[in-house]
Design a protein. Structure first.
Ligand code: NG1
Ligand code: ZN
Length: 545
């Protein structure tokens, strides 16, 4: 088979260091960039096979999101812009870990299992973030595609959600939009401008937003998009990559985990600010009040704002569509309580990782899904979209209904339904606040977060921890869950859980309680229990105070 000759030749240029083993984790492969060349080449091969099998265009994004600059990673994108299917995650791991001399056998094994028609054409879209290593690594992906005779299109520097969008546009023959960066800007900005027209008396001050671009790709893309927004949004961009280091002391993950503002940003009291992560698929908002106290509005607050807005519109439009919010165990207990008991919407909890949330959200007419860290979007079922479309086009409708239907229609168009998208989420949030005439303080006051703390514990093997019930309970090692239960009972309104991270070699500990001191103490005590019962390495976790 001549197609494999080229693979053999090219794989010699991208050799695997013997003995290296990686797992396709929560968000693809992610590790130090120096170790990734062979994985990139092989993901180019795999994407080509996936494209042949699905007879559709597949995406490959080179990024390590919120990880430090030295890391990199790769994610595969399936035809409708969703994360690659779980079976292919397994193939990805097998192919990445095959020793150099076993590569062809591993490749042929996948071809056989999936009965891949090797004469089928293949097309792969490739994108990359701004890391120094990304150019070299995305070339390795392109080499993989060409080694198997696939066609590729290199989108160069794009955000992760932009690449997902391109894949979806391409495979829907343009129904979702035009598969270009320009097409993306046009679709989102036109919908945003139409939504903004519904905001009465919006002052220039209210149209102002400070954006922390995490010194990454999101900053570049916000700059490119600005002119399309026709002054409906005035952006002050910080951490735009001109000086600072990617994700260093800035970006959505830093702000969320540290619960403090990024460096390099000027914050005036009451002003709306937001942070993207390194590949612009996460967003969190924040402000500082007149006393200088920092307030974070995370993915849970975003989900609440969006679902409230949508629910009100559905009522005004007289549409009976089932709306649900999908969260993970990291969602603040106050948000879940507010959504279930005050807003009376359905709330689902899934395992961490957007693929799980995305999947669960697909079960409803409208599924709003957000991780607390700010990754999320809204999914509309085909039937829901059609109903909204029909109503928006119905010329006999009276004022209020018509307005609501048109707002819903433009809301659909401003949203990137393929994956969480910081730019798209930002535009939707800005439009909602403008339409509702709401300040960030009023948004924040919808409910009050329970104080919480996230910590990490190093253990010799994270796999000793196994969880159940959407990761809210540990089933192993023996005694750990009982220890957590006992500790939680010591505090009011407390909750805690632990799980192995899928992107770092650590166990994550989460705790929330009535006061910050209690949350910190509980998180520390649970960390100690993990350290003692799950084989902690290094020094014992130290108390926070
Ligand atoms: P891990 O490292 O598995 O906790 C983190 C985030 C996830 C998800 C992935 C991918 C937390 C607690 N975990 O996963 O929600 O976003 O990264 O980026 O925020
Ligand atoms: Zn990201």
């Amino acid at each position: 088979m001549s197609e494999f000759q080229e693979v053999s030749k090219q794989s010699g240029v991208h050799p695997k260091p013997a003995g290296l083993v990686f797992q396709y984790g929560t968000a693809g492969f992610r590790t130090n960039a120096k170790l990734l060349d062979h994985i990139m080449f092989r993901m180019g091969l795999l994407a080509t096979l996936r494209s042949k099998t699905t007879k559709a265009t597949i995406g490959v994004m080179v990024t390590a999101s919120h990880n430090p600059e030295e890391d990199n990673g790769v994610k595969l994108v399936d035809p409708m812009g969703e994360m690659v299917s779980p079976t292919w995650e397994v193939y990805a791991t097998q192919l990445a870990n095959a020793e150099q001399e076993d590569l062809l056998a591993a490749l042929k094994d996948i071809i056989e299992k999936e009965a891949v028609n090797m004469s089928q054409e293949a097309k792969v879209f490739v994108g990359k973030d701004t890391r120094g290593s990304s150019a070299r690594l995305s070339q390795a992906v392109l080499d993989g595609v060409s080694a198997l005779g696939g066609h590729s299109k290199d989108y160069g520097l794009v955000t992760t959600p932009q690449l997902h969008y391109m894949v979806c546009c391409q495979n829907t023959q343009g129904k979702y939009g035009e598969a270009t960066v320009e097409g993306y800007y046009k679709k989102l900005s036109q919908a945003f401008i139409k939504l903004s027209k519904n905001a009465s008396n919006c002052t220039d001050d209210q149209k102002h937003l400070s954006v922390d671009g995490a010194n990454g790709i999101g900053a570049l893309k916000v700059r490119e998009m600005e002119s399309h927004l026709k002054k409906e949004l005035h952006i002050s961009l910080f951490n735009d990559g001109s000086e600072g280091k990617l994700n260093h002391q800035c970006g959505a993950d830093f702000v969320k985990v540290q619960q403090k503002p990024p460096t390099g940003m000027e914050i005036n009291p009451g002003e709306r600010c937001c942070s993207f992560d390194g590949d612009a698929d996460r967003i969190v908002y924040y402000y500082s009040d007149s006393e200088g106290t920092f307030h974070l509005l995370d993915g849970d607050k975003v989900a609440t704002l969006i679902s409230t807005f949508l629910k009100e519109l559905l009522t005004s439009a007289g549409l009976d569509l089932k709306i649900a919010v999908v969260q993970t165990a990291y969602a603040n207990g106050s948000s879940t309580n507010y959504l279930e008991n005050t807003m009376k919407v359905i709330v689902r909890c899934t395992k961490t990782g957007v693929k799980h949330l995305h999947h669960a959200a697909q079960e409803f007419d409208i599924g709003v899904y957000f991780e607390a860290n700010g990754h999320g979007t809204v999914l509309f079922s085909k039937a829901a979209e059609e109903k909204i479309q029909q109503l928006a086009e119905n010329s006999s409708l009276i004022d209020e209904k018509k307005r609501a239907a048109l707002l819903l229609q433009n809301t659909i168009n401003v949203i990137n339904q393929t994956v969480g998208d910081a730019i798209s989420d930002m535009l939707l949030i800005e439009a909602i606040l403008a339409i509702k005439g709401m300040t960030i303080h009023q948004w924040d006051a919808i409910y009050t977060d329970l104080p919480n703390r996230q910590l990490k514990v190093k253990v010799s093997d994270c796999r000793v921890i196994d969880t159940t019930d959407a990761e809210r309970r540990a089933v192993s090692p023996a005694g750990l869950q009982e220890a957590i239960d006992t500790l939680v009972k010591k505090y009011r309104k407390a909750r805690s859980f632990v799980r192995p991270s899928g992107t770092e070699d650590v166990v994550r500990v989460y705790a929330e309680a009535e006061t910050q001191d209690s949350a910190d103490d509980l998180a520390h005590e649970v960390s100690l229990a993990v350290y003692r019962l799950a084989g902690g390495v290094g020094g014992e976790p130290k108390p926070l105070h």
